[in-house]
Design a binder for this molecule. Structure first.
Ligand SMILES: [Zn+2]
Length: 102
């Protein structure tokens, strides 16, 4: 999650809220457009927040690769392992060293 995305979300929501609470019962078309624009900005920023977490769901490697074995029913990953290939490789190496493989 980037700080810029969060600021954009907060700014867009504040704008939308300001517009919504200042509307009369029958808003002018341009007022409704401004409100829709602000809400679209908020939605885009909110989506970006989720995307920033990355496909790996890993805080350390948000833009890393997903382990191809994640979700593989025939060769499942050990319990507690995530989707992050970099972290899983680290776990594999650590496990191999514990078992004396080099
Ligand atoms: Zn990772």
């Amino acid at each position: 999650m980037s700080y810029a995305d969060l600021r954009e979300l907060q700014s867009a929501l504040t704008t939308a809220s300001d517009i919504a609470f200042s509307l009369e019962a029958t808003p002018a078309p341009h007022e409704a457009d401004q409100l829709a624009d602000a809400l679209r900005r908020a939605l885009a920023a909110a989506s970006a927040l989720g995307a920033a977490a990355g496909v790996t769901g890993c805080a350390e490697h948000p833009r890393g690769a997903v382990d191809p074995l994640f979700g593989d029913k025939n060769d499942p990953l050990p319990p507690g392992w995530g989707r992050c290939l970099l972290c899983n490789d680290r776990r594999r190496r650590a496990g191999a060293q514990r078992r004396g493989w080099r």
